[in-house]
Design a protein around this ligand. Sequence first.
Ligand code: GLN
Length: 483
Amino acid sequence: MPKYTSLSDIQAALRTGETTCRAIVGHYLAQIEKTRHLNAYIEVWADEALSKADALDAHLGEAPTKMGRLCGAVISIKDNICYAGHQVTAASKILEGFTSLYSATAVERLLAEDAIIIGRTNCDQFGMGSSNENSIHGPVLNAADPSRVPGGSSGGAAVSVQTDTCLAALGSDTGGSVRQPAGFCGIWGFKPTYGRISRHGLIAYGSSFDQIGVLAHNPADIATLLKVMEGPDDFDATATDGKGREAETKPSALHPPPSTLKIAYFPEALDSEGMEAGVRNATLGFIEQLQAAGHAVEPVSFDLLDFIIPTYYVLTTAEASSNLARYDGIRYGRRSPAAKTLEETYLLSRSEGFSEEVKRRILLGTFVLSSGYYDAYYGKAQRARALIRQRIFAILRDFDFILMPVAPTTAWRFGEKSADPVAMYLSDIYTVLANLAGIPALAIPAGKHPENRLPVGVQLMAGMWEEGKLLDFAQKLRKVERG
Ligand code: GLN
């Protein structure tokens, strides 16, 4: 049981003098030491976190009413989010030793509200993976069962919250990398609407999919962090305030949501091949719970399920092949010491610097973009994405939310899927949908699998820019659950 389960508890304790920022950071640093073997952190900025805590404590003593909105919030950041003057590697050899020249807009906004950043967390290389086994820093172990993966790619972020080493974590979600590890580790994970949080300073993977997301102990903390980080940014033209965009799905601002909502689920998803019975039952149990609370949870047929994985993997690999072209051994990052000519510099730096998985995706992405195959793969996948979006938006005009499991299984054992990339890709079936459509999605802990006792997560997805409604609803649900 974490010592502090919410920012409001922490801030109340700070106000009464029951605790200090230094004591809070001290608690988290002790937890980090205790859980070192899980390998969640690549680097811990202990001294810096303690001195920031001291500065905040001194400030609180003088002007307690001027507390920043995130005073007392200790946050970990994934190793693909830039923080000026700090190393960032995207868990790849190609960026080993690289120091950020600037901070991500999201990080700057957190710091401006007095958050303390405690360290950078382990992940799959460039965010490519679903198990955190693809990192130069070694795998992360799931605290619920250390013989199992924590999920990925933000596995370190999930374990950092699961083991109470910070209040919340920033991760990135291109196809589920915040929500799936949150589900595997029994915590909350949230991906906002595409464009809600600036991507400036997030190391790019698939730019039309990437979003920074939050992993936390509860939806209220997620909402607070979102409010601080969201909004337009001169450094990212896709970051906006969403005004007028709600209408893409449903103009809910004009229709305050009733107390009972309409929620759709896809029977095809629950009956799909590879779905573990325990996860299916937990999802059905969650549906019953919603129905008992008076919500209408109805089956809606979604016949595009088989297309979502191929569409996602064609488009994201295409975008990755272009985004990762910048790692050429010339401008920054690792340069092969063995290279003697310009061509060798490119060839050896990239061959030695990227992992097998990253190379596989660059090759696949280059192939689907090549002139002979562009229409057959990239063009077709773009059309499929448009169709999927249209279908999802149409459903969200009739329903408030869509309910899905987070993944077809609970956390698997190390090595179980690493020899078979397609099996690994297929495990993303329920999360990539929200990134294809650009909609917000929240992973919610939904109890334990009856046999292996591992956490099971369910997901609620909402219309574009409707995260306010989604997070409000989740908070109400949580209150009911806790009684
Ligand atoms: N597992 C997915 C992939 O490998 C999602 C990754 C992510 O969201 N960064 O692409």
